[in-house]
Design a protein around this ligand. Structure first.
Ligand SMILES: [Zn+2]
Length: 239
């Protein structure tokens, strides 16, 4: 009579690992994240965001792999670690030499888009009773099946906005420069570089009022604070 012996299991696997800022990956990813925040996520300047690896999510039945996710730290989490959010990245994917830095930057930017400051009804940024910013998570602003778009086109507003964003990207190229020129010379006449000029509005810090900020948020316009302190508002071609 054969007795089947169970193969001893190894120690329990732990899929998550904090990416230390001083590690090899950390020295590349934290500065990249900080640049993305400076350029595109003004709201998150005060956010304390940790990066962590997931050993590698498996593909689902449709062959789609999770590449990253954002977790908002609970009030209890924040008692133990000084973080407001954790961005978890798929280590297998990030370390795969087939993928590009531009894709890595896009994924980090995507996860940052899931994080935002919470505002009250007067459009003031909310604080908790200890004077700390209150944060929230944001859902994707567009979700659709390619097949439905192919059959029915941009049949609703969020799809129109996505289509316009794709068109602008095709026209002006990627707006995030992976290797920014050291202190890119600002054009003296403020006329910019001619890329997508017609759709970009420049306003001074003082003109960038709460009302305008709210309008931008409501309409999905992207606002970027530039190194010279002016705020660049990108207005989609569709109204
Ligand atoms: Zn997402």
């Amino acid at each position: 009579m054969a007795i089947r012996r169970r193969k001893p299991k190894g120690p329990k696997k732990v899929p998550y690992r904090l990416i230390e800022p001083e590690s090899g990956a950390g020295r590349a990813l934290y500065p990249l994240m900080n640049r993305l925040i400076t350029e595109f996520h003004d709201d998150l300047r005060e956010a304390r965001i940790a990066l962590a690896w997931h050993a590698g999510w498996k593909a689902d039945v449709d062959g789609r792999r999770k590449l990253g996710m954002l977790k908002k730290c609970s009030d209890l989490d924040r008692e133990f670690r000084p973080f407001d959010f954790v961005i978890v990245l798929n280590r297998l994917w990030f370390e795969d030499a087939e993928n590009t830095d531009a894709q890595r930057a896009a994924i980090l930017d995507h996860e940052l888009c899931h994080a935002a400051r919470k505002y009250d009804t007067n459009d003031e940024p909310m604080e908790d009773e200890r004077g700390r910013p209150v944060w929230r998570t944001v859902r994707h602003d567009v979700e659709e099946f390619s097949a439905v778009i192919e059959r029915h086109g941009t049949y609703k507003r969020d799809l129109e906005m996505a289509a316009a964003a794709i068109a602008r990207n095709k026209e002006q190229g990627n707006l995030f420069d992976l290797e920014p020129k050291a202190e890119a010379a600002a054009p003296a006449n403020g006329n910019g570089n001619g890329h997508g000029k017609a759709e970009i509005r420049l306003v001074s810090e003082a003109e960038f009022t709460k009302a305008l900020k709210k309008e931008c948020r409501d309409k999905g316009w992207t606002c970027t604070r530039r190194a010279d302190g002016q705020v660049e508002i990108r207005v989609p071609a569709v109204s």
